[in-house]
Design a protein around this ligand. Structure first.
Ligand code: NAD
Length: 490
């Protein structure tokens, strides 16, 4: 069901979509296939609710969000299992997906009592001045399937604490997670119309949201193709578009690294979530002195990974048939480009009928090859070689993306140079490219994003979902002119 103005309702057309388990094809749930007419009512509800929600004190908003976060926490086991069933990631990660939303909920609930502006001193007597934060209005929230609870959590808790109201469209691949996430807010007593859920496809619901005149801003996470199109549409309509898009992240392993630690990190970064993370480590750049040792250890670990249903395996399925096809094609592209396939490379049936693909490793990959440049979004890792820190950093930086990068080194000076020179929104030192925490901002540069951050407080999501208004109050009872009358004061 859609959730509009506090009620669970079908699509106006009565049409539905099935959501299936990528590990075995079983139907996980059936949701409305909505369209423009459904978006219209949801936007209308959100617009009406905005007038009260924006005037609800932020600490009171925070109390409701705290309740929603607690409900998500109470339901963590069942929601985590749902994530695994609908999206495919292994159960530990499914539970982590939920935990991230819980963490964000607690953090943002607290922001209700912070969310500070600035106060400062006027150059004139009997005058005070401050900046305050206010919501923008109604946001369209458009999310991908790979973190079906965490990413809505990042966006929705932050947008709501700022006083916005929302129309949320989850991915067509994981709408049941979207429904259950929304239910937590309903059960927490969120006033009607503040959060509305409309399920359906990107072209039918997403497009209608982006172009709707009643929507004041779009927060989108997903692919570059869709994100760039949304930025262009929003630009024409003069509405903010906060977009987080793809990545081609790399781990740089130096000659002085703890190689075993780097292997652990590269396995987690490359094959965690079956490589379907925006921060996945799909490239590993190896200093030539440790290349052989790293490669042998890495391959041994990659071959041993247990593939199957995420409820019991170490690597789950890809999301759908199109993704399986895409990954298969990239392996073919890699072969044709002259990279050497060291392991994997084929779809496999795993234990069910699902979209399983073997953990795959290429070496002899050159920085300009397509497999080293384009986002594959599957369990495929490219090994590249460098001769020193400078060349390694240049290779890491040599893609259009800029989300996450990592360096393994025991040399503090190398870590400092890497921290300064790596061109990405996130840098990890002696840790993999994944593992961000909710209380610092998250987001990429270059083609990954244009600087609106997710997560974090001030400097992060609060800057995205609120705007600053500056207030000057003159209580002198006479005309005072800034810049002009300051001499008299002196
Ligand atoms: P996608 O771009 O296909 O879809 C994302 C969302 O946009 C979905 O809800 C989809 O229905 C909607 N959509 C599709 N067409 C639309 C349109 N024309 N108008 C409006 N909305 C539309 O991406 P995906 O396959 O769901 O997710 C995978 C991608 O997301 C990868 O590229 C990955 O790197 C990226 N991602 C980025 C981050 C990040 O924070 N940078 C995080 C997670 C995923």
């Amino acid at each position: 069901m859609n959730y509009i103005n506090g009620s669970w309702v079908p699509a106006k057309s009565g049409e539905t979509l099935d959501s299936t388990n990528p590990a075995n094809g079983n139907v996980v749930g059936t949701v409305p296939r909505s369209g423009k007419a459904d978006v219209d009512v949801a936007v209308q509800a959100a617009r009406q609710a905005f007038e009260r929600w924006r005037l609800t004190p932020a600490p009171v908003r925070g109390n409701i969000l705290l309740k929603a976060a607690r409900i998500l926490e109470e339901r963590k086991q069942s929601l985590g299992e749902l994530v695994t069933k609908e999206m495919g990631k292994v159960i530990a990660e499914g539970l982590g997906d939920v935990q991230e939303a819980v963490d964000m909920g607690y953090y943002m609930a607290g922001e209700g009592r912070r969310m500070s502006g600035q106060t400062t001193h006027s150059e004139l007597p009997d005058k005070d001045m401050k900046s305050i934060r206010e919501p923008l209005g109604v946001w369209g929230i458009i999310t991908p399937w790979n973190f079906p609870i965490a990413i809505p959590g990042w966006k929705i808790f932050a947008a709501l604490i700022c006083g916005n109201t929302l129309v949320y469209k989850p991915s067509r691949e994981t709408p049941v997670c979207g429904v259950e996430f929304t239910r937590a807010f309903h059960d927490a007593g969120l006033p009607k119309g503040v959060l509305n859920l409309v399920t359906g496809t990107g072209s039918e619901v997403g497009d209608a949201l982006v172009s709707h005149p009643g929507i004041d801003g779009i927060s989108f996470t997903g692919s570059c193709d869709v994100g760039l199109a949304i930025e262009a549409s929003c630009g024409k309509l003069h509405k903010p578009a906060a977009t987080e898009m793809g990545g081609k992240n790399a781990i740089l392993v130096m000659d002085d690294a703890d190689v075993d630690l780097a292997v652990h990190g590269a396995i987690w970064g490359g094959f965690g979530t079956t490589g379907q993370r925006c921060t996945a480590a799909s490239r590993v750049v190896l200093h030539r002195a440790i290349r052989k040792e790293f490669t042998q250890k890495f391959i041994r670990r990659a071959r041993a990974l247990k593939l199957g249903d995420g409820l019991s395996a170490e690597v789950g399925p890809l999301i759908n048939a199109a993704s399986l096809e895409k990954v298969t094609q990239y392996v073919e592209i890699g072969r044709k480009e002259g990279a050497r396939l060291l392991c994997g490379g084929k779809p496999t049936k795993g234990r069910g009928r699902g979209f399983f693909f073997e953990p795959t490793v290429f070496d002899k990959v050159k920085p300009g090859m397509r497999i080293a440049q384009e986002e594959i979004f599957g369990p495929v890792v490219s090994l590249l070689e460098c001769k020193d820190l400078k060349e390694g950093i240049a290779i890491v930086n040599g893609t259009q993306f800029g989300l996450s990068s990592a360096i393994y080194t025991r040399n503090v000076n190398s870590s400092a140079v890497a921290e300064r020179e790596l061109q990405s929104g996130l840098v990890y030192i002696n840790a993999s490219t994944i593992g961000s925490e909710v209380h610092l901002p998250f987001g990429g540069i270059k083609s990954t994003g244009i600087g609106h951050k997710e997560a974090g407080g001030l400097g992060g999501a609060l800057d995205t979902f609120s705007r600053v208004k500056v207030v000057y109050r003159d209580f002198s009872g006479r005309l005072q002119r800034a810049q002009l009358d300051t001499e008299a004061v002196r």
